[in-house]
Design a protein around this ligand. Structure first.
Ligand code: G3H
Ligand code: 13P
Ligand code: ZN
Length: 315
């Protein structure tokens, strides 16, 4: 059942975080739904602009509709990840999405507000909620590469004015993470003081943490042992994710970890079965392994075991 993102936030705020997982293909969709059902969690399935262009948006959306039928117990929201204005309008008008993200964080404070406000007006008219971004994460986003030196933590003092003027429903905050597999290679961590300050100024307002993959070290080692070259890859400590999930971080975005599972499974499978050229054996393993990863992550987020309560809550 596709539900409102805001409703999921209302249920979770301060108690646990909802996993927002990126998908690109059928195997990811199957593993994602299976993992959430195994761990009895609600979740957010998110599509980036790149994912929408990878095969065809209609195919991706049809896969989600089909998974909704295959897993009738599932309770989830559909979200556009890192949208520009045009893609946001496309998703709003399609009627399929629960929420969109307008990422105008690379613009000036005033322009970010103005762009976000325009998207909010169109989205709210259709009952769709909007995630905005304030501050800048390091790493590579789809339409903008941010140098680590230019990454800018969210200034808590700007948050209230931004939210009031733009009307956004949730806010992606830069709290130390970055996208991709190389985050805290120097042993850095989350800036809890920033989360705390924002949560104090904006009680019960859902915060979003992008760049939340934990880049499991056993995964990196297995990939490298099977021919990969991911030197120094490092992610967010899981204990820190759990702590943030109880402090107002209500949506936790994860993409890279899923790619690592995919990479490890396929590298090992073809290394160990050099005569094989069939896509299904590694595909089968990937779906099961990705489901296992999702179930584990939902334990970390605290969303595991909440599914029945969420279903009652959104009725
Ligand atoms: O934050 C970006 C997500 O990891 C999506 O990645 O734009 O390559 O699909 P993508
Ligand atoms: P990761 O690269 O840490 O998985 O972050 C994904 C993300 O923020 C998607 O919006
Ligand atoms: Zn992101």
């Amino acid at each position: 059942m596709i539900v409102s993102t805001n409703k999921l936030f209302e249920h979770a705020y301060g108690k646990y975080a909802i996993g927002a997982y990126n998908i690109n293909n059928a195997e990811q969709v199957m593993g994602l739904f299976r993992g959430n059902m195994d761990s009895k969690a609600s979740f957010i399935i998110q599509l980036s602009k790149g994912a929408r262009a990878y095969t065809d948006t209609r195919l991706l959306e049809a896969m989600i509709r089909a998974a909704d039928e295959i897993f009738p117990e599932a309770v989830f929201a559909v979200h556009l990840d890192h949208g520009d204005e045009e893609t946001c309008y496309d998703c709003i008008d399609s009627g399929f999405y629960s929420s969109v993200m307008i990422d105008a964080s690379h613009e000036s404070f005033e322009d970010n507000i103005a762009i976000t406000k325009r998207v909010v007006e169109r989205a709210h008219a259709k009952g769709i909620s909007v995630e905005a971004e304030l501050g800048m994460l390091g790493g590579v986003e789809e339409h903008v590469a941010v140098d680590e030196a230019d990454a800018k933590l969210t200034d808590p003092k700007e948050v209230e004015e931004f939210v009031k003027k733009s009307g956004c429903d949730s806010l992606a905050c830069a709290i130390g993470t970055s996208h991709g597999a190389y985050k805290f290679s120097g042993g850095q961590g989350l800036h809890f003081n920033v989360i705390e300050e924002i949560a104090e100024l904006m009680p019960r307002f859902p915060l979003v943490m992008h760049g939340s993959s934990s880049v499991p070290q056993d995964e990196v080692e297995r990939i490298n042992a099977a021919g990969g070259q991911l030197k120094g890859a490092k992610g967010v400590d899981e204990a820190q994710i759990t702590k943030a999930s109880k402090m107002g971080v209500t949506k936790v975005n994860i993409d890279t970890d899923g790619r690592l599972v995919w990479c490890r499974v396929h590298r090992e499978s073809f290394r160990d079965n050099p005569e094989n050229f069939d896509l299904r054996p590694p595909g089968k393993i990937f779906m099961a392994e990705y489901a296992k990863y999702i179930a584990h992550k939902n334990e970390v987020l605290g969303s595991a075991g909440q599914l029945d309560a969420v279903r009652e809550f959104v009725k």
